[in-house]
Design a protein around this ligand. Structure first.
Ligand SMILES: Nc1ncnc2c1ncn2[C@@H]1O[C@H](COP(=O)(O)OP(=O)(O)O)[C@@H](O)[C@H]1O
Ligand SMILES: [Mg+2]
Length: 413
């Protein structure tokens, strides 16, 4: 029964001579012919192996062919196996009835015609072949379906991965683009500042001297005390000269940006200093200053005079924005946050219209009447803050107020 390409035929007969006779007829089919000499032996074999056809002698002692067939049919493995009964001519009629009753597929009578037996057995073997082929095809089909399903889910996984990568690349690209835009803006700003710096140092150099001379001359004129009117005119010249000198000095900040004399600075002290310089002015304008800072803050590395100028610029702007407001308060808060020291200036002033808030750090941008604003306060402020490694931002609501928040890298406490 070893050859898997051959089909198994079970031959059951208690008479050895008959067993051999039938077996030799079946030899020409070149299949596995298995012999059993009793019903019991046949049952044992049927439980262990698959048979394409069973040839069963009806007349046997102990358990005859009919009983054997009944038991064979009782097992799942063999319930559909074709059974051909072999009986003698004289018992044919009785045996036929009993045989078909227990599910015989066919009956063959002694003496056996070898060609008829071979043809019948071959029919069942061909049937078995067809069934096996069908099963093989089915299995093949199933494995094809399984393979395709696996390939498809692999493809889907792959596609998901590609999509995820694509999405990430797109996000990376978008953030790179945003970075590029920011850098471009910074470069543009730096460019503007550089041009302005060169221009400023030239202008400052050329203009400060004549301004000085005009100022001195006006003072001399005043000393001469020609008349009340001349005095007044000289005073006006002096005032305007002082103003022009101040603007020119402001411009110089752009050209001296790189020469930062940084030292550890106590922010609280510089804030107090800046407030004391403008306090009188604020009091006149009925402006109340709220101080939310102590002296125990970490130091920041800066030039105290330039930092004072930053705070003064912010306070001056707040003062201007608070004119004609009912509530006039500037709150100044400072606190350490992680590696930073943060300083906030909030006012209850007029606020900045949305349309211009992006422009307030531009050099010469001002909303103040001619002669009052230079539009240099905030660009200088930002320039100074950045030179100490800090940042300045603004948040404003028109009609409600404005908040500038500054952040500096903290030094030691
Ligand atoms: N605290 C503030 N409240 C409202 N507007 C402000 C404030 N600070 C600045 N601004 C706006 O920003 C502009 C630019 O300010 P700045 O650079 O200091 O120049 P200037 O004060 O000479 O106009 C101001 O003209 C004003 O419109
Ligand atoms: Mg200003």
């Amino acid at each position: 029964m070893e050859d898997p390409d051959k089909f198994n035929i079970l031959l059951v007969d208690d008479t050895p001579a008959k067993l051999e006779a039938v077996a030799s007829i079946l030899d020409c089919l070149r299949q596995n012919v298995v012999r059993a000499s009793s019903g019991r032996e046949a049952l044992r074999l049927v439980l262990k192996h698959d048979f394409s056809v069973i040839l069963l002698d009806v007349k046997m002692p102990e358990m005859d062919g009919i009983e054997t067939a009944e038991l064979i049919r009782g097992h799942k493995r063999s319930q559909l196996t074709p059974i051909i009964f072999i009986t003698s001519y004289e018992h044919a009629e009785v045996d036929m009835l009993r045989s078909y009753a227990v599910g015989a597929t066919d009956i063959i009578l002694w003496p056996i015609s070898s060609s008829l037996l071979c043809a019948k057995v071959m029919t069942f073997i061909n049937l078995q072949k067809a069934v096996k082929e069908k099963e093989r095809l089915l299995e093949h089909l199933e494995s094809l379906v399984a393979e395709r399903t696996a390939a498809l889910s692999r493809e889907i996984e792959e596609r998901k991965k590609v999509e995820k990568n694509l999405r990430k690349s797109r996000d990376d690209l978008a953030s790179a683009l945003a970075n590029l835009r920011d850098t471009q803006e910074l470069l543009l700003h730096a460019d503007k500042m550089a041009v302005l710096g060169t221009l400023a140092s030239g202008v400052a150099h050329e203009i400060l001297n004549p301004l000085n001379v005009i100022g001195l001359t006006a003072q001399l004129l005043k000393k001469k005390s020609l008349s009340g009117e001349a005095d007044e005119l000289a005073e006006r010249i002096l005032k305007q000269t002082a103003r022009a000198t101040k603007i020119t000095n402001n411009l110089r900040f752009f050209s001296h940006r790189s020469q930062v004399a940084a030292q550890p600075v106590n922010i609280g002290e510089v804030l107090d200093n800046a407030i004391s310089l403008i306090e009188h002015d604020l009091r006149l304008g009925d402006i109340y200053i709220e101080r939310n800072f102590g002296q125990g803050l970490p130091t920041v590395s800066a030039d105290p005079d330039q930092l004072c100028q930053v705070f003064l610029n912010l306070l001056t702007n707040a003062r201007d924005a608070l004119k004609q407001r009912d509530k006039r308060t500037v709150s100044i808060a400072a606190h350490a946050s992680g590696e930073q020291v943060q300083v906030d200036f909030s006012d209850t002033g007029s606020g900045i219209p949305k349309a211009v808030v992006d422009r307030i750090f531009e050099p010469f941008f001002t909303t103040k009447p001619a002669g009052e604003g230079t539009g240099l306060g905030l660009p200088i402020t930002r320039s100074i803050v950045q030179s100490f490694g800090g940042t300045i931002d603004v948040e404003s609501k028109e009609g409600k107020g404005t908040r500038f928040f500054l952040s500096f890298p903290a030094g030691k406490k």
